[in-house]
Write a protein that binds this ligand. Structure first.
Ligand SMILES: [Zn+2]
Length: 84
């Protein structure tokens, strides 16, 4: 029963922490336009481009590790041609 009380107690604290955080001056990573507040990008268009770019980075990392693994597998296969 005290669990619900604690939950409602913790909520306003986290909200206050967010509103107290200083305004970070940053610019749009896509077009360089200065951002205000907690904006990540100047517009929905740029935000979409940003998320697409991030996904691309993740995919590039996955691709790299997969390529490495593939190279290793191929090297192992070449070492033991009896199995092929
Ligand atoms: Zn932008």
């Amino acid at each position: 029963m005290s669990g619900t009380l604690r939950e409602s107690e913790a909520q306003p604290e986290s909200v206050r922490a967010v509103s107290l955080s200083p305004v970070v001056r940053s610019s749009c990573p896509i077009c360089g336009v200065p951002l205000r507040g907690r904006q990540r990008a100047c517009s929905g268009k740029c935000r979409a481009a940003l998320s697409r770019q991030r996904r691309g980075d993740d995919l590039a990392l996955v691709e790299e590790s997969l390529t490495r693994a593939l190279t290793r597998v191929r090297a192992l296969r070449g070492a033991s041609k009896d199995c092929a």
